[in-house]
Design a protein. Structure first.
Length: 387
């Protein structure tokens, strides 16, 4: 049987044209075999194979999507269990999610973190115990270690535990500050407390800061008052100014500072007056020691025949020792005529303040006519040296 190679209809072997499509038939009868029909059937094979592959891939994708959705659902449920504190149930859900979807890094990381949650919870309990025993530094160290455990993890549970860690730290620091305040801290301790508390947003911390400021102001007032009594004005003012950098305002300290400044002005004015008086006294003393250091107490003239004996006493009114005192004197006749002049040294050589020295000399060369007169002695000049 022959077929048209174009339309596939049956034709007679002796026909030259196809009665159906009108095409010219091949002369070789082998070319009139139904090859085209067979070729058309073969075309459907790759199409079928492609369709089956697509269906398989779609099914595989759907299966993957289903497993991923199920894994995510289990993961979400695990998060919910963890947030309410049921870590055992949360771990089981995470293990199931990993079984459903092996390539699930978030679930594996979360499961790894849940294994550390029990350690974190134990740390929280230990911190509370340390605080009860006033071991605040150990509490803060343990909280720092807890932070390090959570450092490489994220998520709602991590945020929740981080918040609790921060709350515990704030509570620990607050208790530590309250403990220090109850043990009579000095000024430096109070400054450190104020500096630390000012960075804390906590009602209790603010109350402690106010207490610390009041204590610091009170101690400063007492010390500054004592310095004022000791006339240490600059130190007192410096102490108050330093405290005012930690205390926003203090009417008591500001008033004391004003008082100190007034006292300082009065004291410095009086001190200046005293200094001027002292300088004046020094000048007077210098003048006295240099020009009026000696006072004449007594002088006598004793005539014994041809000998005339001169005697006298001088008192030191200087404020320092003087020495090598030389007295220049003159003798006068009854009619005020100068008979002679002489110089003599005082005995002892050195006179101390308020001491008395004597001078004495005998003259044998006075003319006889004057020996019967009433002679008089006049000290012309006294010289001395200062030690």
């Amino acid at each position: 049987m022959a077929f048209c190679p174009y339309c596939g209809k049956k034709v007679q072997q002796d026909e030259n044209y196809c009665a159906s499509c009108g095409e010219s038939l091949p002369h070789d009868l082998l070319d009139r075999a139904p090859k085209r029909k067979i070729a058309k059937r073969l075309i459907f094979i790759p199409i079928l194979v492609t369709s089956l592959c697509c269906c398989f891939l779609l099914a595989l994708f759907a299966f993957y999507q289903y497993n991923e959705g199920k894994a995510k659902t289990l993961f979400s449920q695990a998060e919910e269990m963890a947030l309410i504190g049921d870590y055992e149930q949360a771990s089981q859900l995470l293990e199931e999610s990993i079984q459903v979807k092996d390539n699930f890094p978030a679930a594996k990381t979360a499961l790894q973190f849940f294994n550390k949650v029990s350690i974190i919870q134990d740390n929280f309990k230990q911190v509370e115990q340390f605080n009860q025993d006033n071991k605040y530094d150990q509490s803060l160290t343990l909280l720092k270690q807890t932070e390090n455990v959570m450092r490489n993890y994220t998520g709602s549970l991590v945020d929740q535990l981080t918040t609790k860690t921060n709350d515990l730290r704030t509570d620990t620091m607050t208790q530590q500050i309250a403990y220090h305040l109850s043990n009579d801290p000095d000024m430096e301790d109070l400054k450190a407390i104020i500096w630390k508390v000012d960075g804390m947003e906590h009602d209790r911390a603010k109350q402690l800061a106010e207490t610390a400021r009041q204590n610091l102001s009170s101690i400063t007032y007492q010390k500054a008052t004592l310095l004022l009594k000791e006339k240490q004005f600059n130190q007192a003012i410096s102490l108050i100014d330093d405290t005012l950098t930690y205390v926003d305002s203090s009417k008591q300290l500001e008033s004391l500072k004003t008082t100190i400044n007034k006292e300082k002005t009065v004291f410095e004015t009086a001190q200046q007056e005293r200094l001027e008086q002292a300088m004046s006294l020094v000048e007077e003393e210098k003048e006295l020691n240099q020009n009026n250091a000696l006072k004449e107490i007594d002088s006598t003239i004793d005539i014994q025949g041809e000998k005339v004996m001169i005697k006298g006493e001088l008192k030191s009114v200087a404020t320092i020792p003087i020495h090598s005192i030389k007295v220049a004197y003159s003798l006068y006749s009854e009619d005020e005529k100068k008979i002679l002049s002489n110089e003599v040294f005082l005995i002892p050589d050195t006179l101390y303040p308020q001491e008395i020295g004597q001078f004495e000399f005998s003259h044998f060369d006075i003319e006889k006519q004057y020996l019967k007169d009433k002679l008089s002695l006049k000290i012309e000049e006294i010289t001395w040296y200062l030690n």
